[in-house]
Ligand binder design. Structure first.
Ligand code: NAP
Length: 278
């Protein structure tokens, strides 16, 4: 008899992660005898922990802040997306070999596909606020979908320059703060900074220069409606919150560990939304 498959989220801290709720929901839906837990691992132990995941009884897992770069170093094989980003958020075994992928790209793109259908049909220019891990994944995703000009606006100029160097020609670094001139002709505006999170200052950005058919989205999902999204809505623009990115990025891992393709349903979204209420 084979024992039930176990997966986990590895981070520091991981107490507030919603991943156990998402995967627990799918395990129940599919009637799978498996589990998904939390592993709070300090930075100095992260690389070794991930490298020896099977010895800890796991078939794989998700990796969150601040261990995505440690996971990149710990795995034996990388998908092209993980290789390009230098960060891994999903690990699994294939024939005993530990693989790493970065599914934040999928999460970002599928969230927009679901909630703003057609968003990329004429995509040319995008503006990305921030230059951290989420921004890299999002910029790479936008490039995959055909964006030809991606402005990366970041507080620390070196990080925006580094992102532009890593991802190539269509990315241009711009100084913080973002200006209305940056937004002229942009088909998409995305916030990946922590400005707008519960307890932090909102972004103060004049959206009047965005075209009427622009889409505005935020990687933040606590709160679901950030000040940026509220301002975009007030201007009549299409908006997409960050919760769907979290839900969609979880799908590839579940399929790898438990062998069933899960779906992001209204029921799952409502479950997590209820948990986000203060
Ligand atoms: P990160 O690598 O730490 O990057 C944080 C970014 O925010 C950096 O560009 C940083 O600028 C900027 N920033 C922080 N404080 C700022 C301030 N006061 N003013 C202006 N810029 C500021 O983090 P990350 O992993 O990219 O995550 C960023 C956000 O995305 C977080 O809110 C996270 O929860 C969210 N996220 C959501 C999902 C999802 O599934 N929805 C997935 C990943 C991340 P500097 O370079 O100057 O420090």
């Amino acid at each position: 008899m084979t024992s039930p498959a176990r997966a986990c989220i590895i981070g520091h801290p991981v107490k507030h992660s919603r991943s156990p709720m998402i995967h627990g929901h799918w395990l129940g839906k599919h009637g799978i005898d498996g589990s998904y837990g939390r592993e709070d691992v300090p930075p100095e132990a992260a690389e070794d922990f991930i490298r020896s995941l099977a010895a800890h009884g796991y078939v794989g897992g998700n990796v969150t802040m601040p261990h995505k770069e440690a996971a990149f170093r710990a795995v034996s094989r990388l998908t092209p997306r993980a290789e390009a980003l230098g960060a891994v958020n999903t690990v699994w075994y294939e024939d005993g070999v530990l693989w790493g992928d970065n599914t934040d790209i999928t999460g970002f793109l599928e969230n927009l596909d679901e909630r703003a259908p057609g968003w990329d049909s004429r995509l040319k220019k995008a503006v990305v606020l921030g230059a951290g891990g989420a921004a890299s994944a999002i910029a790479a995703g936008l490039r995959e979908r055909g964006a030809t000009e991606i402005l990366v606006v970041n507080r620390t100029a070196e990080k925006a320059d580094e992102l532009a160097r890593r991802l190539g020609d269509c990315i241009a670094a711009r100084p913080w703060p973002p200006t209305s001139a940056d937004l002229v002709g942009a088909d998409l505006l995305v916030n990946t900074t922590s400005r707008g999170m519960n307890g932090k200052d909102d972004l103060d950005l004049d959206l009047s220069m965005l075209p009427a058919d622009a889409v505005v989205t935020d990687a933040i999902y606590v709160p679901l409606e950030t000040g940026l999204l509220a301002a975009a809505k007030a201007r009549g623009l299409r908006t997409v919150d960050g919760l769907g990115m979290l839900l969609h990025q979880a799908k590839p891992g579940f399929e790898r560990w438990f062998g069933k393709k899960p779906e992001v349903t209204r029921e799952l979204r409502a479950l997590v939304e209820a948990d986000l209420q203060p």
